[in-house]
Design a protein around this ligand. Structure first.
Ligand SMILES: Cc1cc2nc3c(=O)[nH]c(=O)nc-3n(C[C@H](O)[C@H](O)[C@H](O)COP(=O)(O)OP(=O)(O)OC[C@H]3O[C@@H](n4cnc5c(N)ncnc54)[C@H](O)[C@@H]3O)c2cc1C
Length: 465
C-alpha cells in the first residue's frame, strides 16, 4: 500500500529556491504544521543566506537584521538542508529539481530594476539604486564597481525608503558608517567622497511620498547635514490636504517637512534637497558621461479612482549632476522553466499557486512567495503572512498531489548531482563558520561584522576553517 505523503514513513519533499525572508517564512510555516513531516532543501544563489536582509537593508539600520536569528532557528531544524552558492536556472535547472521534490517554492525576490524609460538613462554615471545598495552592502556581484564620488551633487530619483537609504548613505559621515557592517570597499570610497548635496526628486507631492516617518526623521538627525525643502513644494492642493486627514504617515511626513523648511541651513553642512512634483525627462551627457538631468514640473490630476496622477506642465529645468541613482522600483527576472508575468515583473501566479502565463492553467506542485509573488513592496514582516498564505495553498493541494517516484526519494540524490557538476555548494554549517569569522573580524574593529564580499574568499576561508 502506498504511504501517505507528509508522514514519518513518507515525508513531504519540498525545495525552496532563495534564502530571503519570504523563503524562510515559508519554511517556518511548513515546519509548524503539527501533522506534517516535511523535509526542506533550500537553494540560494549566493553562499550567504538572508537575501535583502543582508544585501538590501541599510548598514546603519543594524537592529533590523536581528530578524536573522529566527532564520537561524529555522535552519537548525534537522529536516532542513541549505545549499548555498547554487543558482537555479544555471547550476541546477527546473528539469533537475522537479523530479526530486513533491512541491517547489520560489522565493527569489526581484533581482532587477525598473527603467525610467527616458533618453540618456544608460549613460555612464546613471545607475539603478539597486546596484549602489548591493555595492555598499558587500554583494559579491558589485564589489568591483567604482562610483565617481568626486561629484559635488548627486541626484536620487524616487521617494521610497530605498531612495532614502541611498541618500542617507551618501551624506552620512564615514566615521559613523565605520561603526556598521558596511562593505570595506564602500567605506573607503565614501571616505574620499566629495559629495555635498543630494537632490531627491519626487514625481508627486510630499503628501504622496512613499517613504515612512522614521526614515524622514533620520534626515534631520545626521551630523553635519541639513535637510532642505522649499516652501513652494509644501503648498498642497485640496486633494493632498484631504489625504492628510485620512493618512497618518503622510500627515506626519508633511509635518516633518514643514519643520525642515523653517530651519536655517548651515553653509558648512552637506545638504539633502527634497524636490517635489518633478520628473526627469532626459539624462544629459557629454562624452558618454552624465552631466545633468532635465526635469519637468508636474501638477497633480485627480483620477476617476480617487488617486492623484502627476502630469507634466511643460515647464522644464536643468539640474547639473555627474551621478544619478534611479530608485523607481525593483523588478523580477524570469527564471528558467518557470512562467513569468511580464506585465507585473513577477512569477505568474494566483495567490501563490504558479500558473502558465498564457493559458492561466495551474502548474501543479509549484508555488511562489515574497517579492517574486506580489512584486517589490512591503517590509520584511509583510512576507510572513504572505508566505503563510502560500503554504496554506500547498497544504490544500496535498490531497491531489502527484508524488515523486520512489526511486527519487533518496536524500543524497541532490548532493550527488551537485558534486557531479563540481559545484562548490555550502551548507548551513559552512555559513555559520563564515558568520563567525565575519563577526570576529568585526569585533576587532568595534563593528558588528566585517563582511566577506567575494565568493572566492568565502570558499577559501572555508577550506582553512
Ligand atoms: C534597499 C532595500 C532596503 C530595505 N530595507 C528594509 C528595512 O530596513 N526594513 C524592512 O523591514 N524591510 C526592508 N526592505 C524590504 C525587505 O528587504 C523585503 O521585503 C524582503 O527582503 C523581500 O523578501 P524576499 O524573500 O521576497 O526577497 P529577497 O530578500 O530579495 O530574497 C531573494 C532570495 O532569492 C535568492 N535568489 C534569487 N535568484 C535566485 C536563483 N536564480 N537561484 C537561487 N537563489 C536565488 C537571493 O539570493 C535571495 O536569497 C528593504 C528592501 C530593499 C530593496
Amino acid at each position: 500500500m502506498e504511504e501517505k505523503v507528509g508522514t514519518e514513513a513518507r515525508p513531504l519533499r519540498v525545495a525552496i529556491i532563495g534564502a530571503g525572508p519570504a523563503a524562510y517564512y515559508a519554511a517556518e510555516a511548513l515546519f509548524k504544521q503539527a501533522e506534517l513531516v516535511c523535509k526542506i532543501d533550500m537553494f540560494n544563489r549566493l553562499p550567504t543566506p538572508f537575501g535583502l536582509v543582508r544585501e538590501g537593508v541599510a548598514p546603519d539600520h543594524e537592529s533590523i537584521k536581528a530578524v536573522t536569528r529566527i532564520y537561524d532557528r529555522i535552519s537548525a531544524n534537522p529536516n532542513f538542508r541549505y545549499f548555498g552558492n547554487v543558482t537555479f536556472g544555471t547550476d541546477v535547472t527546473h528539469e533537475d529539481l522537479r523530479p526530486l521534490y513533491d512541491q517547489i517554492i520560489y522565493g527569489v525576490g526581484a533581482q532587477s530594476d525598473r527603467k525610467m524609460g527616458i533618453p540618456g538613462e544608460d549613460l555612464e554615471g546613471s545607475y539603478p539604486a539597486t546596484i549602489f545598495v548591493g555595492w555598499y552592502n558587500g554583494r559579491p556581484d558589485y564589489c568591483d564597481l567604482k562610483f565617481d564620488l568626486s561629484q559635488e551633487r548627486v541626484i536620487v530619483v524616487g521617494n521610497g525608503n530605498v531612495a532614502m537609504d541611498v541618500t542617507r548613505i551618501l551624506v552620512t559621515p564615514p566615521d559613523e558608517l565605520a561603526k556598521t557592517d558596511i562593505a570595506d570597499h564602500a567605506l573607503e570610497a565614501l571616505r574620499q567622497s566629495k559629495v555635498r548635496e543630494v537632490v531627491m526628486l519626487g514625481r508627486r507631492g510630499p503628501a504622496q511620498a512613499a517613504f515612512t516617518n522614521p526614515e524622514l526623521k533620520e534626515f534631520g538627525e545626521i551630523e553635519g547635514v541639513d535637510p532642505i525643502v522649499g516652501p513652494a513644494d509644501l503648498e498642497l492642493d485640496e486633494s493632498s490636504l484631504a489625504t492628510l486627514e485620512s493618512d497618518k504617515t503622510a500627515r506626519k511626513n508633511v509635518e516633518l517637512l514643514r519643520a525642515y523648511a523653517t530651519r536655517t541651513a548651515n553653509p558648512d553642512h552637506s545638504r539633502i534637497v527634497m524636490r517635489y512634483l518633478v520628473s526627469p525627462v532626459e539624462v544629459i551627457g557629454e562624452d558618454g558621461k552624465v552631466t545633468a538631468v532635465k526635469i519637468e514640473k508636474n501638477r497633480l490630476e485627480l483620477q476617476s479612482n480617487g488617486s492623484l496622477r502627476a502630469v507634466g506642465t511643460g515647464e522644464f529645468e536643468t539640474l547639473e549632476a555627474g551621478l544619478i541613482f534611479r530608485s523607481v522600483g525593483y523588478r523580477g527576472v524570469p527564471l528558467q522553466g518557470v512562467p513569468f508575468d511580464e506585465s507585473t515583473g513577477t512569477i505568474a501566479n494566483v495567490a501563490g499557486r504558479i500558473i502558465h502565463a498564457s493559458t492561466g492553467d495551474l502548474v501543479p506542485g509549484e508555488y511562489v512567495v515574497g517579492w517574486a509573488k506580489r512584486g517589490p513592496s512591503g517590509i520584511i514582516g509583510t512576507n510572513k503572512p504572505d508566505s503563510v498564505a502560500t503554504v496554506a495553498a500547498m497544504l490544500e493541494d496535498l490531497a491531489g498531489l502527484s508524488p515523486i517516484a520512489d526511486d527519487k526519494r533518496d536524500l543524497s540524490l541532490v548532493e550527488n548531482l551537485l558534486k557531479e557538476r563540481n559545484l562548490k555548494y555550502i551548507t548551513y554549517e559552512d555559513w555559520l563558520k563564515l558568520n563567525k569569522i565575519e563577526v570576529s573580524r568585526g569585533a576587532e574593529q568595534g563593528r558588528s561584522r566585517v563582511k566577506f564580499t567575494r565568493v572566492s574568499d568565502m570558499l577559501e576561508a572555508l577550506t582553512q576553517n
